[in-house]
Ligand binder design. Sequence first.
Ligand code: C5P
Length: 225
Amino acid sequence: MGSPAFLLVAIDGGAASGKSSTARALSERFHFLHVDTGSYYRAITAELLRQGAKAEDHGVVQSVLTHLELGTRVLGRSAQMEIGGRVVPEAEIRSPAVNAAVSHFAAIPDVRTKLLAYQRGQAEVARAHAFRGLVMEGRDIGSVIFPTADFRFFLHADPVERARRRAQEGQTDSIAERDRLDSSRKTSPLTCPPGALDIDSTFLTLPEVVDRVSAAIATRLPPAA
Ligand code: C5P
């Protein structure tokens, strides 16, 4: 008998498209490690801001990045980035200052390069912790990080519905502006890669989205519980 399957699942989509809730639900259903790469871009942004870097000043950004030591902490089924041994607190990575700056830093090629190998390495973290797979969500997972993932999904939803979801979470976040920046940048723009399963979640409940995605995955791996 061969070794048990280890599945790589990529979920991309715009801000508040339902990626995080879907990815979290999949991680529970199939016992996958959940990686929210948006939280990684946010943690790096918080650190760059803390060190006084501005997105216009690529030289300073580059020199701060060179000295950042990235690690990973696994908490339950979710992976968190450590910078110099510290996990940047949730309140800091979801702050209005980070919301406003993150897409500007994420458009800088050096920032994306710093995260490329790190994000790919999360598959090894998942294997080392005996997960049955990795579900990674972001903007360029199915296009750049894992273009050969076992499953690639792209979630989209009407902007008004997405703004409503974000407001319901009590967050100040200009998602339309972030989507505009993320879709128009030169390096790894937000786009549905060819071959990915595109799901419009505007009129679907979260359980409906999760069922749709799970049905595809369950053809390869039975749910864990
Ligand atoms: O997913 P979330 O909305 O928290 O992501 C925050 C920001 O991080 C995005 O607006 C985008 O600029 C950046 N990001 C990215 N590539 C990813 C994940 C996030 O550029 N794979």
